[in-house]
Design a binder for this molecule. Sequence first.
Ligand code: ZN
Length: 314
Amino acid sequence: MKRVRFFIRHDRHDRHDTNFINLFCRGGVYSYSTPQRSVNTVMSTLLDFALKYLNHGLAVIPLWRDARKNPHLKDTLEFNHRLPTEAEWRRWARVWPDANVGAITGYWLNYVALDFDDQLTYDVWRKKAGELPTWIIKTRRGYHVWFKVQDDPGHSRLFVRGDLEVLLRAKGGYCIVPPSIHHTGAPYHTINKTLPLTIPTITEVLKGWQEKANLTEKSTIARAYVPTKTTVRIEDLIPPIKEHPNYRGAYLAWCPFHDDKTPDGTPSAWINIKEQRFGCNVCFDRQYWDVVNVYAMLNSMTNGAAYKTLRVRA
Ligand SMILES: [Zn+2]
């Protein structure tokens, strides 16, 4: 396998300097997926959207633009209770210029979304609910219909009607919003451009739908990290050097993405074998990568292409 090593000098204090940004945005992993637009344009679009959402009180976070749609950040729980700051988003847009955007549902200001997977389910729902003056997003196959509820919306759960299902995205989740692009290339776009309609309670717009009781909080919320099944393992890509002094199951490793030389000879990166994750304290503060992301980066591929190469077919 071709191993890409980036030899640039930077340390903790200047890791967002121009060299770093140039490397990651122009020469590096992000440039291929947006060849028709300059990175600055992509960045400002992303940032413009993010700031607009923050202005409306929507807690938005950057997500991977891949099939799994995980957050870039290791921990997003704090954004259940506060909005990210403008400074945080400026940084995220710089580090992940082609991120997708997820809006946290359920907690902050009681924003929720009905997530319809297909046209039929949406049509059946809309026939009864009527044309509601609220924010509606067209997804690749379905729709996200947003509301702001006055009562506690509870946790994300399914509502059923016959054999149709709609997922209420409430506490314990997030919902993808524009200018995100589905990993297949389909953009998420707003078809009804207005703020989420305020309603007393979500059942108001789900008359005739039954709540499916067997969805536990755990199954929707905990987003416990389940590694993607892949044909290559993280330890094959990033060889472990020695056990991590502070985290069980983790190993220190040399980072292949920067010239990893530390004064005391301790590697800057780590891998977690159980979770199949990688992180580097120098390159990627507060985030982790998985096998797919690391493989993509090492081989200058998109995450989507790497996923196709590595996935274990059922
Ligand atoms: Zn590194």
